[in-house]
Write a protein that binds this ligand. Structure first.
Ligand SMILES: NC(=O)c1ccc[n+]([C@@H]2O[C@H](COP(=O)([O-])OP(=O)(O)OC[C@H]3O[C@@H](n4cnc5c(N)ncnc54)[C@H](O)[C@@H]3O)[C@@H](O)[C@H]2O)c1
Length: 324
């Protein structure tokens, strides 16, 4: 297939581009490099530096190639930052996405795979969280994902587009020497690896008095390689499932303390930890029910053990020449 990949200079998008190229698909990446870097666009993909909200330029890209599908990863991702600059998040994640959708519909590109997030659920009422859990967001970031999902549902209902909204839990791990490097980094595993590498003096853990076995928060880490196979499967089922929403997670959680221990074990280095008070907005436990993804996508995570995730993330840092 011919795929337009937005945000393909970023962590998850770039990994999916690799997987698409490996499977023999043609890929054009559109990214404005607001957080990604051009050297992270995999070789073999055509790269166009562009914001997805630039309608005339996107229309040109769509004129040049007859795409079968658009994978939409482009977006601002830090929920904390969205509490400080909500207007920027809504403009980028919602406004620019709706503009992109308008261009796609006009060009007749009617398959759309969207990077949604577990953040659409807000504070969980129960766990594992399934897709019928109520959506009551607690940040502009989560709301930006939900607003796009709602728009997609209407476009699908009115026959404009087929879509899959994939609600990732915590993307982690690495492939092809592409370490997870967000700026600023807010994700636990890369932060812990930075401490192990000596780039950072200590790791802040927010709260050790949660109602979990070791008192630290529990999250569901999904390897980017497993996310990539799920995306390709999602693009391929859209003929049968024209409006598809599903979680992408493992169904198992790891506590912050377990992550730190895995980083110590894999790297053979110490990871100094500073335990502080709980952070507002952090849920105790976020774990996905992934039965729908398994059944409909015929997908299962095969690389998402905590040890494999941390080992691959560390190996990618080493391969990329990051300080270790
Ligand atoms: N990483 C996670 O754990 C996680 C979890 C849930 C959902 N997601 C979603 O997955 C997607 C990818 O996440 P990631 O971790 O790879 O983030 P990332 O920051 O590494 O990649 C996002 C990419 O989008 C680009 N971008 C942002 N706004 C753009 C715009 N308007 N036009 C063109 N390019 C733009 C950035 O330059 C960057 O390369 C995001 O939409 C994010 O919200 C990520």
């Amino acid at each position: 297939m011919k795929a337009l990949v937005t945000g393909g200079a970023g962590f998850v998008g770039g990994t999916v581009v690799h997987a698409l190229l490996d499977a023999g698909h043609a890929v054009v990446v559109v990214d404005n490099l607001s957080s990604g870097t051009a050297d992270q666009v995999p070789e073999g993909a055509t790269f166009v530096e562009l914001s997805v909200g630039n309608a005339p330029a996107i229309t040109e890209v769509l004129r040049a190639t007859s795409f079968d599908v658009c994978f939409h990863f482009a977006g601002l991702i830090a929920a904390g930052a969205s509490m400080v600059e909500p207007e920027t998040f809504f403009a980028n994640n919602v406004g620019e996405t709706l503009s992109l959708l308008q261009c796609l519909v006009a060009a007749g590109v009617d398959r759309f795979v969207f990077s949604s997030s577990a953040a659409v659920y807000g504070e969980p009422l129960y766990t594992p969280i399934d897709e019928s859990h109520r959506t009551e967001t607690v940040s502009p970031y989560g709301e930006s994902k939900l607003l796009v999902e709602h728009s997609l549902a209407w476009l699908a209902r009115l026959g404009r587009i087929r879509y899959a909204a994939l609600r990732y839990f915590n993307a982690a791990g690495a492939v092809h020497g592409r370490p997870e490097l967000h700026v600023p980094e807010t994700h636990l595993i890369p932060l812990a690896l930075e401490v192990a590498a000596g780039d950072r003096t200590s790791l802040d853990l927010y709260g050790d008095d949660y109602p979990t076995p070791d008192g630290t928060c529990i999250r569901d880490y999904i390897h980017v390689a497993d996310l990539a196979t799920a995306h390709i499967a999602a693009a391929q089922i859209l003929d049968d499932e024209p409006a598809f929403v599903c979680n992408l997670g493992t169904g198992t959680g790891s506590s912050n303390a377990e992550v730190v221990e895995a980083v110590r074990k894999v790297t053979g280095r110490d990871v100094a930890v500073r335990v502080g008070p709980r952070r507002p907005g952090d849920s105790s436990t976020l774990v996905a029910a992934n039965d729908r993804a398994r059944a409909v996508l015929r997908w299962e995570p095969v690389r998402s053990s905590l040890e494999a995730i941390v080992s691959d993330a560390w190996a990618a840092r080493v391969e990329a020449g990051e300080p270790t």
